[in-house]
Design a protein around this ligand. Structure first.
Ligand code: SF4
Length: 347
């Protein structure tokens, strides 16, 4: 299904900017930049695909907001001529791999990722030699070159389903060491070999003392992303990808309305997700209590409304993937879609 351009009115923009967590000191200038982006989208038949971890103001120009799996599905189906990826580079590369005929733009090349930077295609070739019987299962937070050396890609939402379906017992899971450790605990029938990559954002939650926070807050619900340390996953009430977390909060909030219980949520993930959820409830006239540190991904936050406008105006930086790499990476992604279409959620 084609994505419709979201072109909200200046009045609605002002309202939504005021709801956001971001401080907007220059409201009128921000509205002007957003209007310029909307005009460019119309003129160039462009869509903006946005990740939940973007700044609140950037999320206002996204025609589709989602997690990495949602966004790769949308990238596969859009009829737009230009895709602007309001996310990080590996996501834009995935859009290009799935959509070679379209122009894919990333607002800034500074939007990298510590996980994607942790491993190269050469590293994967070396690992394959060391573990010739293993299936190479690669988290989508990797470069096109690494995906091209893989048997199948996964997201945090479909990783367990996909690994369970693979015939190999030995699995080389790259590159997230925390997610790998969580998989080891949850899939005892498989021999999971891990790598040493980590998400610098989710790693920061390792120090959280959840048992003590619980003592202070009855009605606390702790949600942790799969990229967190196993000690955090074990202490949480729920773990999964970002869409899983949204659904969990909706379920728990609805149940609490009936029972009268007062709930407080602590989300061990990027603050952009909690702020989006809080805003969504605020706009329905409901308050949702969130506690915990507001940890931000420094890479995601390099995307701003201004560099997004400039990149769409100049149609650069364009993300390109050499065809011999793209074809191989496409196979690993297609295998993910084939094996993993059970739940629609991911980070
Ligand atoms: S949140 Fe972590 S995994 Fe996601 S882009 Fe930032 S560093 Fe990479």
């Amino acid at each position: 299904m084609a994505i419709e351009q979201k072109l909200i009115t200046p009045a609605e923009l002002r309202k939504q900017l005021l709801f956001g967590r971001d401080q907007i000191p220059d409201l009128e200038e921000t509205v002007t930049v957003i209007e310029a982006i909307n005009a460019l989208k119309r003129e160039k038949n462009a869509v903006v695909l946005g990740h939940w971890y973007m700044r609140d103001a950037v999320k206002l120009v996204a025609d589709y907001l989602g997690d990495s799996l949602d966004l790769s599905r949308q990238a596969r189906e859009t009829t737009a001529d230009i895709i602007v990826f309001a996310g990080v580079k590996f996501m834009a590369e995935t859009a290009k791999i799935l959509n070679p005929a379209k122009k894919v733009i990333l607002p800034t090349l500074e939007a990298g990722c510590s996980l994607a930077d942790s491993i190269t295609g050469e590293d994967v070739r070396r690992l394959r030699e060391a573990y010739p019987d293993a299936a190479v299962v690669t988290y989508v937070n990797t470069t096109a070159e690494v995906k091209a050396e893989s048997d199948v890609c996964v997201t945090s939402a479909n990783v367990k389903t996909i690994i369970s379906k693979l015939p190999q017992r030995q699995i080389l899971f790259i590159p997230d060491k925390y997610m790998g450790a969580n998989l080891k605990a949850e899939l005892p029938d498989k021999e999971i070999i891990t790598y040493d990559g980590a998400c610098i954002l989710h790693e920061t939650f390792t120090a959280l003392d959840i048992p003590n926070i619980r003592k202070l807050m009855p009605g606390l619900r702790v949600l942790a992303h799969y990229e967190c340390d196993p000690s955090i996953i074990a202490a949480a009430d729920f773990h999964g990808g970002t869409n899983d977390m949204r659904k969990y909060i909706a379920r728990e909030t609805a149940a609490a309305k009936k029972s009268g219980e007062h709930l407080t949520f602590l989300m061990a993930t990027e603050c952009g997700l909690s702020s989006t959820i809080k805003n969504e409830y605020a706009q329905k006239g409901e308050d949702i209590e969130m506690v915990g540190p507001c940890n931000l991904c420094p890479y995601m936050k390099t995307v701003t409304l201004r560099n997004l406008r400039d990149s769409l105006r100049d149609e650069k930086p364009e993300i390109l993937v050499p065809e011999h790499i793209r074809v191989k990476a496409y196979k690993a992604l297609e295998r993910m879609f084939e094996l993993g279409e059970v739940r629609g959620d991911a980070k």
